[in-house]
Design a binder for this molecule. Structure first.
Ligand SMILES: [Mn+2]
Length: 322
């Protein structure tokens, strides 16, 4: 597969470097970790010293990927090349680059990427950063080992929600086929990235599902600190319950309200195609994409629910385009 990215300069830079620092964003997802590991392991194979850093460390669900035990929370030592993957802006890396040189290369697929590095390999048409990494590895003529392929495939599966997003193209499947040829276990990677959950997570869902409400093609529920304690769920998130809500047929927009340890309420929106919930999230100081957005709003649960529901309903009745 020929690369369509302007990688020549990046290839030269990487070939001239020996001590390479790779970082990705806080609260890392499968594409962040998969891109970091795919590039990192391939560069190590080529004999280079590579340090991989994520300020938050690596989520439990991704710890079975080869190389994940090498990921550190802080960079140590000197580097002659700094590469940032899957970050739209430098704020997303947290403190991972504190005291380190400015990034040389920025590899990302977010349309909002701020092109903060000397060299920016940004392609908003790529379904995942892992897709751009694959093309770069090709240009570097690095071999595609099974651990590298497993990491990149995890990135593709995660960011396409299992090849169900509207940006999936025939090329996506050529790429998947190429990665599968290294004999990686696609069903197992898929299960780990998207299907498998802890008992505590599903127990946590049960509290939210018991409070489920709907009105005017809007579906919502809430999760409190009490619910979290009762379920013994360790995270501060909604354990992906929003994805269950957004699978409900009779809805255009789904929302979930999650009480945070600091007393704020984290609100997540999901919308069917044709609606833009980022606009509503922005009004509350948040942001995101048309189909998925979020905001953290100070205030009591009922008060925040009333405000956000009212605003979302208003936007919904204002026409198909919120
Ligand atoms: Mn991504």
């Amino acid at each position: 597969m020929q690369s369509k990215y302007p990688n020549r300069k990046a290839v030269e830079k990487i070939q001239q470097s020996n001590r390479i620092l790779l970082v990705t964003h806080i609260k890392p997802d499968g594409d962040a970790v998969g891109s970091l590991l795919g590039l990192g392991l391939a560069l190590q194979e080529s004999g280079r010293q590579v340090q991989m850093v994520i300020e938050d460390g690596i989520p439990l669900s991704l710890r079975r990927l080869t190389g994940s035990d090498q990921i550190r929370k802080k960079a140590e030592g000197e580097f002659d090349l700094v590469i940032v993957v899957d970050c739209s802006d430098l704020g997303r890396v947290g403190k991972a680059l504190d005291g380190k040189p400015a990034p040389d290369i920025n590899i990302d697929h977010h349309i909002t990427n701020e092109e903060f590095a000397e060299l920016n390999l940004v392609d908003a048409h790529a379904v995942a950063t892992a897709e751009i990494i694959y093309a770069l590895l090709n240009d570097l003529e690095l071999s595609l080992t099974p651990p590298v392929a497993a990491a990149l495939l995890t990135g593709l599966i995660t960011d396409t929600l299992g090849f169900r997003t509207s940006n999936v193209r025939p090329e996506t499947f050529y790429l998947v086929a190429r990665l599968m040829e290294t004999s990686v276990d696609l069903p197992e990677l898929y299960r780990r990235a998207l299907v498998s959950r802890s008992f505590e997570a599903v127990k946590f869902w049960s509290f939210g599902l018991a409070k489920l409400e709907q009105a005017d093609r809007l579906v919502w529920t809430s999760l409190t600190m009490n619910d979290r304690r009762a379920a013994n769920y360790p995270g501060r998130d909604d354990a992906d319950l929003i994805n269950v809500l957004s699978s409900i047929d009779e809805m255009d927009v789904s929302m979930i309200f999650v009480e945070q340890p600091n007393g704020n309420i984290k609100v997540s929106w999901r919308a069917q195609p044709g609606f833009d919930v980022a606009v509503v999230a922005k009004e509350f100081g948040g942001g995101g994409h048309a189909a998925a957005a979020g905001a953290e709003i100070p205030g009591a649960m009922q008060e925040v629910q009333d405000k956000a529901l009212e605003r979302t309903r208003l936007a919904l009745t204002g026409g198909r385009h919120v």
